[in-house]
Design a protein around this ligand. Structure first.
Ligand SMILES: Nc1nc2c(c(=O)[nH]1)N[C@H]1C(S)=C(S)[C@@H](COP(=O)(O)OP(=O)(O)OC[C@H]3O[C@@H](n4cnc5c(=O)[nH]c(N)nc54)[C@H](O)[C@@H]3O)O[C@H]1N2
Ligand SMILES: Nc1nc2c(c(=O)[nH]1)N[C@H]1C(S)=C(S)[C@@H](COP(=O)(O)OP(=O)(O)OC[C@H]3O[C@@H](n4cnc5c(=O)[nH]c(N)nc54)[C@H](O)[C@@H]3O)O[C@H]1N2
Ligand code: SF4
Ligand SMILES: [Mo]
Length: 726
């Protein structure tokens, strides 16, 4: 991971100096940059430490007094010596673009003036030759609402391109599509977290909360203490399943079959909430028809889950007075991800477990601002406020706020991975990446690496020279979470304000200023003039007014006073909406939709040539592409390399010995990993975490098949061979 020495800024390298550049004394509280819990932290000066130390804060109601290991270490990457602090131009040492890449030439510092002028000039040139859509924008769910919003506006107004999408496409898009279909509204959770302890029965499917949202565990443990039954559904025993009363070790790809079994029992035994189904939903007949064949016995034959277990869970959940279903990427990151999610929503709906206390459904959002990031226009088909870019009324409203003609707004583009494919095909010539590392995080990432090398202009705005930035012509130093003030929206839909703690190091700049200045160079500065970031928020609030995710009643002043407001919040005196769907769902008729799901095959089931299933996910000490956490010693030493989980049955079958590693081969590549033999994993499945690049990147193997509706890739299952490698 060593970076070229000319990358090192002496200012950023001297962490004491950087840390000393704090802003005002009183603005020392922040929120963790990693997961969607958004735990609050306090940064305090400490003896014997060059700068600040992080402590949990007692004040924020979500995880008062708690931070997990990642939060506690969050300062380390911010002050890391590899942090870039000047605009950097890739020194072209090669004649042909195809030969650039990891062997690319070094980086040379430039002034902001030169960097932005040259980038703007090149963009103009490419757009003159190939049209506006030759330039794409790739955003991220870690960015604040303000920066995500500005990025969407920048694409549509400054670049006039339809091609913008973001890493949330890999993250929440199946859950979002399902919630929109079933409820008419996508807010990850229908209720605040503090309802969890009141639930008597909790189903956690494809969600590893103990490692991925660790500070949520106390809510589950409190429920358990109150007598709740907890069920986990996962191909592996996880830290989360340790807290479960029943763990269903399901083969990847079988969620809809399993849930149909539960629904079958509930329908057959008339355990559903009859009046709720009658008065508040549509579609029960189709659902009942679809699950008819899925007797527990049939489900046992298909999945190996004992029929008694199917009956026990179905009866337990349906009969429980209160209950909650939480799902996450395990079943969402599949070509059938939307349908899988809809089926778990069916379960919550037909048992009437939505809209009252101790009840609810939640798709557990992942990234820091995964929720806000998908509301304000980073998505290919969206405008701020969760409006659709193809809706004439939405275009008119937002164009008015932006001061442009609605006809100037481009139409909808394509999803993140499809945008990368369009680069590979030559249609897109330039891309600006802000807040993502798609070379590590995309499926089938050899394609992505190849595609990025074809770009005539790649601009990466980041903190580090990431794997993606290695192919960039320009690397611009953006701001970390401690430097950029703004608002975020946590997994509950709670909007809150995050203050500024540090000045950006060296010549790095606030992300929003970089976008505004680039817009200026592109001749569109008049639409991007803001004195302070609060003005961006105020404009965002206007742009969302009347939309699904309505923030128009929210102000910085209120957020600071009220410590968070749940959207929708359509008026200054509106208290916000912690509980959704108490009386109506968001469809025009007020009713939720049930869907009869016929389980479908994955894109690449195991077969004779590739007889096992690879699934991927996370470990507690790393975050996503690892750009931040691999640079954090205290975290990296806990998991310096990816370790593949493999069942003893499979280990024996391939003759694995103690000192061996395993080779995993898919149709797209072959990699060698250290192995951990564990009874906990489904025997025909191997699991590899995805937080590493290059030869340790499991995304060299994953399949790029997309869900037909959400366009989310099937990260969670592809067919592989497994061999021993001595
Ligand atoms: N430590 C840590 N925390 C994180 C992150 C991180 O990178 N590291 N990332 C954040 C982000 S952006 C996200 S999106 C969330 C993700 O949070 P999660 O979705 O909880 O995380 P994953 O590990 O991707 O997947 C969850 C589980 O799904 C299981 N699984 C695999 N296939 C299937 C299947 O077919 N069905 C079912 N039911 N389960 C299956 C996996 O074994 C895994 O245990 O975490 C957030 N928090
Ligand atoms: N195989 C497999 N692949 C997956 C998944 C999986 O489960 N399995 N999960 C998918 C999911 S759910 C997700 S969310 C994606 C995410 O994958 P990525 O989008 O690649 O995630 P990050 O590593 O968070 O990338 C964020 C980048 O932005 C930089 N950054 C962070 N904050 C800021 C900021 O405020 N300003 C600027 N300028 N830069 C910043 C970081 O240094 C980092 O380089 O990965 C997906 N890929
Ligand atoms: S639970 Fe999430 S937000 Fe809280 S400290 Fe850990 S990573 Fe940060
Ligand atoms: Mo995610």
């Amino acid at each position: 991971m060593a970076n070229a020495p000319d990358l090192l800024s002496t200012k950023a390298a001297a962490s004491g100096e950087t840390a000393a550049k704090t802003s005002t004394e009183e603005s020392r509280s922040s929120h963790c940059c990693f997961c969607s819990m958004q735990c609050q932290m306090v940064l305090t000066p400490s003896d014997g430490h060059p700068g600040l130390i992080i402590k949990p804060s007692p004040d924020f109601p979500v995880a008062a007094g708690r931070l997990c290991q990642k939060g506690l270490h969050a300062l380390e990457h911010v002050l890391h010596p590899e942090r870039i602090s000047e605009p950097l131009r890739r020194v072209k040492r090669f004649d042909s673009d195809a030969s650039r890449g990891s062997a690319a030439g070094g980086l040379r510092p430039e002034s902001w003036d030169v960097a932005l002028k040259e980038i703007a000039g090149q963009i103009r040139g490419l757009q003159a030759e190939y049209g506006s859509d030759a330039v794409a924008v790739y955003g991220g769910g870690s960015l604040t609402n303000e920066v995500g919003y500005l990025l969407g506006k920048f694409a549509r107004v400054a670049l006039k391109t339809k091609y913008i999408d973001y890493n949330g496409r890999y993250c929440m898009s199946s859950a979002a599509a399902a919630a929109n279909q079933a409820f008419g509204l996508d807010r990850g959770m229908t209720m605040p977290l503090h309802e969890i302890p009141h639930a008597r029965y909790i189903i956690l499917a494809g969600t590893n909360i103990a490692e991925c949202q660790p500070t949520m565990m106390p809510y589950l443990l409190a429920a358990k203490k109150n007598g709740a039954t907890i069920v986990t559904v996962d191909p592996r025993n996880t830290m989360t399943s340790k807290a479960a009363d029943i763990h269903v070790r399901l083969q990847p790809g079988f969620d809809s079959v399993f849930v149909n079994g539960l629904l079958h029992v509930i329908v057959a035994e008339k355990l559903y909430a009859e009046s709720f189904v009658r008065e508040r939903t549509h579609g029960f007949e189709q659902l009942a028809e679809a699950v008819k064949a899925y007797t527990p016995d049939y489900v046992e034959r298909l999945t190996g889950v004992l029929e008694g277990v199917v009956r026990t869970i179905a009866r337990g959940f349906a009969k429980a007075e209160t209950g909650i279903v939480l799902t996450a990427r395990g079943l969402e990151q599949q070509v059938n991800g939307v349908e899988n999610t809809l089926n778990y929503i069916n379960l919550a709906l037909i048992t009437g477990k939505i809209g009252r206390t101790g009840c609810g459904y939640g798709a557990v959002t992942g990234q820091a601002n995964g929720q806000g990031g998908r509301e304000h226009g980073q998505k290919a088909d969206q405008l701020p406020g969760y409006r659709l870019i193809e809706d004439p009324a939405a275009r008119e409203h937002v164009a008015k706020v932006w001061g442009i003609d609605p006809a100037e707004l481009p139409g909808k583009g394509v999803s993140a991975y499809e945008m990368l494919q369009k680069i590979d095909e030559g249609e897109i010539k330039a891309m600006i990446v802000l807040g993502s590392n798609p070379v590590v995080s995309s499926p089938n990432n050899s394609m992505v690496e190849r595609a990025l090398r074809k770009l005539e202009l790649l601009v990466v705005i980041d903190l580090f020279e990431t794997e993606t930035a290695r192919d960039a012509h320009w690397l611009l130093p953006g701001s970390s979470f401690l430097e950029g003030e703004g608002t975020l929206t946590n997994l509950e839909g709670r909007v809150f304000h995050r203050g500024k703690v540090l000045e950006p190091p060296g010549n790095s700049r606030l992300d929003y200023e970089i976008l505004c200045d680039l817009a200026e160079e592109l001749g569109r500065g008049e639409f991007f003039r803001y004195g302070v970031i609060e003005e961006v928020f105020n404009e965002l609030a206007l742009a969302t007014a009347g939309g699904k995710a309505d923030y128009s009643g929210i102000t910085y002043e209120r957020l600071k006073r009220e410590k968070g407001i749940f959207w929708p919040c359509p008026a200054p005196e509106h208290p916000g909406t912690p509980y959704l769907f108490q009386e109506r769902f968001h469809h025009p008729d007020g009713r939720a939709r049930l869907f009869g799901i016929t389980p479908k095959m994955p894109a690449e089931p195991a077969d004779r040539d590739y007889p096992y299933v690879l699934t991927t996910g996370r470990v507690a000490s790393h975050y996503l592409s690892g750009a931040q956490t691999r640079r954090t010693e205290g975290l990296n030493k806990k998991a310096p390399v990816p370790v593949a989980e493999i069942h003893p049955w499979l280990a024996q079958k391939i003759g694995l010995r103690l000192e061996d590693r395993i080779r995993i081969t898919s149709r797209r590549g072959s990699l060698v990993f250290q192995a951990k033999v564990t009874e906990g994993i489904q025997p025909r499945t191997v699991f590899v975490p995805f937080h590493w690049g290059e030869q340790l990147s499991v995304n060299r193997l994953t399949n790029d098949a997309l869900d037909p509706i959400s366009r989310m890739p099937e990260f969670k299952l592809c067919a592989v061979k497994v061999e021993r490698e001595s």
